[in-house]
Design a binder for this molecule. Structure first.
Ligand code: PMT
Length: 405
């Protein structure tokens, strides 16, 4: 909460139906002690009134570049320098295009061009507009300039369609704003996580997989991100939304997951293997759908590489955390895995119990390390993830301070 006290946040609003959510965001920003000034584009006035925003921000709302009274009070260059952060929410496709082109054709665009403080955009538009190659190119241009893109998320849209283009919810944006100003326990750390199942193809329509939903791994990504870490999440096929502020890479097979991990692991501080990686894959994925001619059929399986063990065996490994999914004797089997794979910590969970484990919203963990153990209670996965992240950060710090002395 204290992260926002006294922070100066300039909220830009461009034309989009999601502007109504920004009213709530402004209220929350002020509720946590931030000073807020609002700049609207002309199109934004079609969706929300300056009077509403003035009442919520407690400051006159700026709309025009050529307003002598406002310019005399605080000119646009002063406004660009006043802010600690500029957040444009919603950022329409048109606004992103103008910003990518370096235009200064209205007050908000001019401020964004003149400022030296961080700029974040919360895109909101029709899914077709977001997917259009022109918007994709503009997004890449803005990212390359250091502009932060927060969202969009996927789902039902005001236009009646469904897909990517929804503005993040005010609470998700609040979390990202807090992160900009927070020096969380994981600030400055690069964290790489795996989540979800892998799918091992038998033929073009069939595969071997498991029950992992990704909920545990995604909750961990969110918890690390909330602590200020720079998080990359490599996930198998799941139906979950990417946590705000987390970089996500989608893969399907264990071999793809291994390749993605190995290309991302260099320079990372903490690696967490939460994915349920298939131990075996069919030796030969058949090119055409297998016909049901035979009464029985054998599928030859070959071992997949062990991603977790390979990360731990690197010359300069990150602090490495594994999971152990067990149906019996969790402590004994997890300890064996911890030693065999050479990891710093392992989190054991029972996956055949009445509660917890795969797919469910709740879980419990027994966390083990050399000479230590912590039992984390049955609770919802986001809460459990926070508890685990706290323990991981404690052990990470201990290992590093021991190495430094
Ligand atoms: O996704 P959810 O539905 O929320 O469920 C969460 C979960 C039960 C999947 C999760 O809590 C969990 O236990 N994940 C690990 C599942 C697993 O594959 O466990 P394992 O005991 O088979 O593997 C041990 C460790 O080695 C794991 O860290 C695993 O990621 C890793 N591994 C396994 C095989 C392999 N080829 N490569 C690996 O890296």
């Amino acid at each position: 909460m204290a992260a926002l006290l006294g922070r100066k946040i300039l909220v830009g609003i461009s034309g989009g139906i999601a502007a109504y959510k920004t009213a709530y965001l402004i209220r929350q920003l002020r509720g946590e002690g931030a000073q807020v000034r609002v700049v609207m584009t002309q199109a934004a006035e079609q969706f929300i009134t300056p009077m509403t925003l003035q009442a919520l921000s407690g400051q006159p709302v700026r709309q025009s570049l050529f307003d002598p009274a406002h310019e005399a009070a605080m000119g646009h260059i002063e406004l660009a320098r006043w802010a600690d952060l500029i957040l444009v929410a919603p950022a329409s496709a048109d606004y992103m295009a103008r910003m990518a082109a370096g235009m200064a054709d209205d007050l908000l665009a001019t401020i964004c061009l003149a400022t030296e403080v961080p700029i974040a955009l919360a895109p909101a538009m029709n899914q077709g507009m977001w997917r259009n190659s022109a918007t994709c190119q503009n997004a890449r241009t803005l990212l390359a300039r250091g502009v932060r893109l927060w969202g969009p998320s996927e789902g039902d849209q005001a236009c009646g369609e469904s897909g990517p283009g929804r503005m993040l919810e005010p609470e998700q944006l609040m979390q990202l704003v807090r992160q900009v100003f927070s020096t969380g326990a994981a600030a400055g750390l690069k964290v790489l996580l795996t989540a979800g199942p892998t799918r091992e193809p038998i033929d073009p329509v069939r595969f071997i997989s498991n029950r992992s939903s990704g909920k545990m791994g995604f909750a961990l990504a969110m918890a690390f991100s909330a602590q200020g870490a720079d998080v990359t999440l490599i996930t198998g096929p799941v139906t979950l939304e990417t946590p705000a502020g987390v970089r996500r890479l989608d893969v399907e097979t264990a071999l793809e997951m291994e390749a993605a991990v190995m290309s991302e692991v260099e320079g990372c501080d903490i690696f967490v293997g939460c994915a349920a990686v298939a131990d075996y894959r069919p030796a030969h994925a058949v090119g055409q759908k297998i016909k049901k001619t035979a009464q029985t059929r054998d599928i030859e399986l070959v071992r997949n590489p062990d991603i977790l063990a390979a990360v731990a065996a690197r010359a300069k490994p990150p602090f490495t955390v594994g999971f152990a999914a067990e149906t019996e004797r969790p402590v004994e089997y997890a300890q064996e895995k911890r030693k065999a794979k050479g990891v710093d910590m392992i989190a054991a969970n029972l996956v055949a119990a009445a509660e917890g484990g795969f797919e469910r919203d709740e879980n419990s963990l027994i966390v083990l390390w050399e000479g230590g153990r912590k039992d984390l209670p049955m609770t919802d996965k986001p809460h459990l993830a926070q508890l685990l992240v706290t323990q991981v950060l404690i052990n990470y710090e201990k290992k590093h301070s021991a190495e430094d002395t």
